[in-house]
Design a protein around this ligand. Structure first.
Ligand code: UDP
Ligand code: MG
Length: 315
């Protein structure tokens, strides 16, 4: 099989409790991609430890369709790692990743392939959304603003993990050996020719979003701390700032001691400053802790994910 001809495609779908969506998504994918007459095609469902019937449904489809592959995790490892596993296993020249909940319009795929064939190595999608819930929109805008101000990498608002990548981009990505790789942030930094296409997202077809508020916070903090070490410097800035304040205040204290006609009880100011400084120290220790945790995780060299079951990917 000649892989330099852009006529083979892997489709990666991270799946976590999506029993209501898989069948429909699969049918839509078939409907959209089959007419393109590709030389080789595979659908890789990565079951991220679902506790509904997702895996059963995927296996049932795979039993009838040799192009359907599955990787089943031993437990829930999170969307990014499910995506990573899928990309790790994708064998063909073009690799598309998309969500299982039909929010990413399958109809866009032919357009992505067209751009890819025209020479674009990463065709990513950018959502133009008025339909997204206010909270989600505002929080993700805030995340991008913070992430961008902290790092050289420019994440774009509205860019999620619905994209087509050439296999050479995947190979570049595979060289990043860090634990909990923040795929969305790394891809723009890889270089290559990258271009966006815009879309308005559909409503989630069935089930609920898996990104709870706490998961979103964790995602944001992983994102920021894996793109940038800048937060570590905050303690220096804060330290200098408050040392300066303390210096001014001590000048005043000396002055008051020397010329003071008022005896300062002092309790309030001491408590206030202890609380303030204590609070800041805790925040800073926390930030250092997050990074230390990353070093710790990396040094242990633990696997990113554990596969409990898969059908053979190399036939
Ligand atoms: N997902 C996953 N593991 C998780 C959470 C989500 O594989 O722990 C999958 C999920 O099945 C979906 C995609 O990641 O295909 C995006 O999740 P979701 O739709 O819940 O996120 P949202 O669109 O609300 O940001
Ligand atoms: Mg979704």
């Amino acid at each position: 099989m000649d892989l330099t001809v852009k006529n083979t495609l892997s489709v990666v779908i991270p799946t976590f409790n999506e029993e209501g969506n898989i069948e429909l998504l699969y049918n839509k994918l078939r409907e959209t991609i089959d007419p393109l007459g590709l030389d080789a095609l595979e659908f890789i469902f990565v079951d991220d430890g679902s506790h509904d019937d997702s895996l059963k449904i995927i296996k049932r489809i795979a039993a009838h369709d040799a192009q359907v592959k599955y990787i089943s995790f031993s437990r829930n490892f999170g969307h990014q790692l499910a995506l990573k596993a899928g990309l790790d296993h994708a064998r063909f020249q073009g690799v598309i990743s998309l969500d299982a909940d039909l929010q990413h319009p399958v109809e866009l795929i032919p357009k992505m392939i067209e751009k890819w064939r025209a020479g674009v190595d990463v065709v990513y999608s950018k959502r133009i959304d008025k339909t997204l819930p206010w909270f989600k929109r505002t929080s993700s805008k805030l995340f991008y603003r913070i992430a961008n101000s902290l790092s050289q990498i420019k994440l774009e608002y509205g860019v999620a993990d619905f994209r087509l990548m050439d296999q050479k981009v995947i190979q570049a990505l595979l060289m990043y050996k860090e634990t909990n790789l923040f795929i969305r942030g790394i891809i723009p930094s890889l270089g290559f020719q990258q271009e966006a296409i815009e879309y308005s997202p559909n409503k989630r077809h069935a089930g609920k979003t898996k990104y709870s508020f706490s998961k979103m916070l964790r995602f944001a903090s992983t994102g920021i701390t894996s793109l940038s070490a800048k937060p570590l410097y905050f303690s220096i800035y804060f330290g200098v700032f408050f040392a300066f304040l303390a210096f001014i205040y001590s000048l005043y204290a000396i002055y008051a001691f020397a010329f003071g006609n008022e005896t300062v009880p002092g309790w309030t100011s001491i408590i206030a400053s202890i609380l303030l400084i204590g609070g800041i120290q805790l925040i800073m220790i926390g930030i250092i802790g997050v990074y230390l945790g990353k070093v710790f995780a990396q040094s242990k060299g633990r696997p990113n994910y554990i596969i409990a079951d898969k059908n053979t990917l190399d036939d």
